[in-house]
Design a protein around this ligand. Structure first.
Ligand code: NAI
Length: 334
């Protein structure tokens, strides 16, 4: 079969070439965009990561494509409903990283709770003073977990190891697990108002767009931390900036940002005179990242050696099963 992989590095390419010997393969380090989608359209299977925006215009050009295998859990970068209309199957990697992303969530929490980032910055300047570096214990604090799926549940397990109390918000309540793991479900506003740290683990879609917004961010317990390792669009950037400015939030740990793809493309954006929205989002993101109570990582929650291997292996399984006429890990449009 003809299979094209986008957003791959040399090590991915070597592994995939070995495992898919006998197929006609194409590799690109770049995302799939409208510009290169005509060429991609001649392949039967394409595999992408999250910076390929598979919208209607792109899908229209994927004439021969029958499977899009995204090497991610989230699939908000793909118009799955339109793929379904065009009879293109979309598969994802549902379970590669619950521990990986949950561990990264705690990397952000601990950086903020113990001022690791500020200490590191001082150390680089040979400043070993401890003024202003007093942190706080996680033990006996309340963690608010929004989204108790694979990642959220692993976050709860780790939180319990730290001796934290956990309250959670989810549209689906798993009463059995909540009893075993000792956490309680509560309405969103209650989770926001009672938690010392709020952490987001819902998928991004039309229902979760700006789930944390100007209206409800004001209900957050004064001085709480907000952690986002899910997707940028779940939090309204303007609301986040305001909440940091008026000290509703004492800090934020951010692995994902609304408009993060625009930061990577900022120079291109300046050259091509992007629309006002992109310029505004870049400005907001620069404002957020320049604050010393914001710890930022560039969407690396998934990025561990073990998780990457699991991602590639599940993607290979999705692809090889498809070549045998079977559909593995299909996503259902929301
Ligand atoms: P999951 O599907 O196992 O869990 C999602 C949970 O959110 C479910 O329990 C679901 O009932 C709940 N939910 C869905 N819509 C909701 C709504 N409107 N309100 C309240 N609850 C809602 O997903 P998983 O594996 O835990 O991943 C969560 C998200 O984390 C992914 O969708 C992805 O966007 C993000 N992610 C980020 C990574 C990173 O590198 N930073 C890596 C992997 C995933």
């Amino acid at each position: 079969m003809k299979i094209a992989f986008f957003e791959t590095n040399q090590s991915d390419q070597d592994y995939l070439s070995r495992m898919l010997a006998g197929h006609e393969l194409f590799f690109s380090t770049e995302p799939l965009t409208e510009k290169n989608s005509s060429q991609a359209g001649t392949y039967e299977i394409i595999s992408v990561f999250i910076y390929s925006a598979i919208n209607r215009a792109v899908i229209d050009k994927l004439k021969s494509v029958r499977l899009i295998a995204t090497r991610s859990t989230g699939f908000d970068h793909i118009d799955a409903a339109f793929c379904q209309e065009k009879n293109i199957t979309v598969s994802n990697v549902p379970h590669y990283g619950e521990n990986t992303v949950a561990e990264h969530t705690f990397a952000l929490i601990l950086a903020l709770s113990r001022n690791v980032h500020k200490s590191y910055a001082r150390g680089l300047k040979e400043d070993f003073s401890i003024d202003g570096l007093m942190g706080f214990d996680l033990k006996d604090k309340t963690l608010g977990v929004i989204g108790t799926g694979h990642i959220g549940l692993h976050v709860i397990r780790i939180a319990k190891g730290f001796g934290m109390h956990v309250i959670a918000y989810d549209t689906y309540h798993d009463i059995f697990l909540s009893e075993i793991l000792h956490y309680k479900y509560a309405p969103l506003d209650q989770v926001l108002s009672q938690s010392d740290i709020v952490t987001l683990h819902v998928p991004y879609n039309e229902h979760t767009h700006h789930l944390i917004n100007r209206k409800n961010i004001k209900n957050i317990k004064k001085g709480a931390l907000l952690i986002n390792t899910a997707r940028g669009g779940i939090v309204d950037n303007e609301a986040l900036i305001e909440a940091l400015d008026d000290h509703t939030l004492s800090g934020a740990g951010i692995d994902v940002l609304e408009g993060e793809e625009l930061i990577k493309e900022e120079n291109q954006c300046l050259r091509e005179n992007c629309g006002g929205d992109a310029v505004r989002q870049n400005k907001q993101n620069r404002d957020l990242l320049s604050r010393d109570n914001v710890v930022f990582t560039p969407h690396i929650g998934f990025y561990s050696e073990e998780a990457l291997r699991r991602i590639l292996d599940t993607t290979l399984q999705n692809i090889t099963r498809f070549t045998l006429g079977k559909i593995e890990n299909p996503i259902v449009p929301s």
